[in-house]
Design a binder for this molecule. Sequence first.
Ligand SMILES: [Zn+2]
Ligand SMILES: [Zn+2]
Length: 243
Amino acid sequence: MKSTMDYPSKISNMNGITVIYDNRALNGLESGWGFSALVSFRDYKILFDAGGDGEKLLRNCRKLGIDLKEMCCVFLSHIHEDHTGGLWSVLEKNPLRVYLPASFPPEFKSRAGKYGAVVEISDPTEILPGIHTTGEMGSIREQAILLKTSTGLVVVTGCSHPGIVNIAKEAKKIDNVYLLAGGFHLLGSNKRELKKIAEDLKTLGVQKVMPCHCSGDRARKIFREEFGDNCVDCYAGKMVEFR
Ligand SMILES: [Zn+2]
Ligand SMILES: [Zn+2]
């Protein structure tokens, strides 16, 4: 088990995901209903979602040695409070460009626009070199971020309201999926449905999964059975590196 002392230097150099905010937490971090992660890729450090509670998010950032000033921008998956509630505490400390679904309420966009540029996303787009969005999907209008790594796509999702399989299908239009990480929204699914979802993801060629946040314990157990060591445990404080 890594100690918190290992975090700072590692985070600044790696291509990877560091989970900042999740329903589960280890290594002295605080847990909370919601999701946020630092996505580091090439020259970019992106805050993916902002959790539900801004003060908790900032405390976890401090413990992880994450410096908000190093970030280029925020990527918001969807409007729900457990992914956007922490945003204002972050922007207050450090104004950043925000990529958000175009369907967000006008009041939200203008409030975010007081701190920095707001980039509205509707369609699949390459937002930064090698970094794509699926564009808005489903009735809740959610986007996922896609990183074009040398081993395939790393996909990070917020809640996966459009369906985790649909998101994987959308990602596959760009490249094969190496890692699918984030909330999978499977708390209400039974064992049979979960097995089918795991099989569908495997059929699509998804190599690794990291079910976080709203995925649920039952899903985590079944994904572990189906993917073995390629199912990565998720909690605030978890770091995953890739090339
Ligand atoms: Zn959520
Ligand atoms: Zn949600």
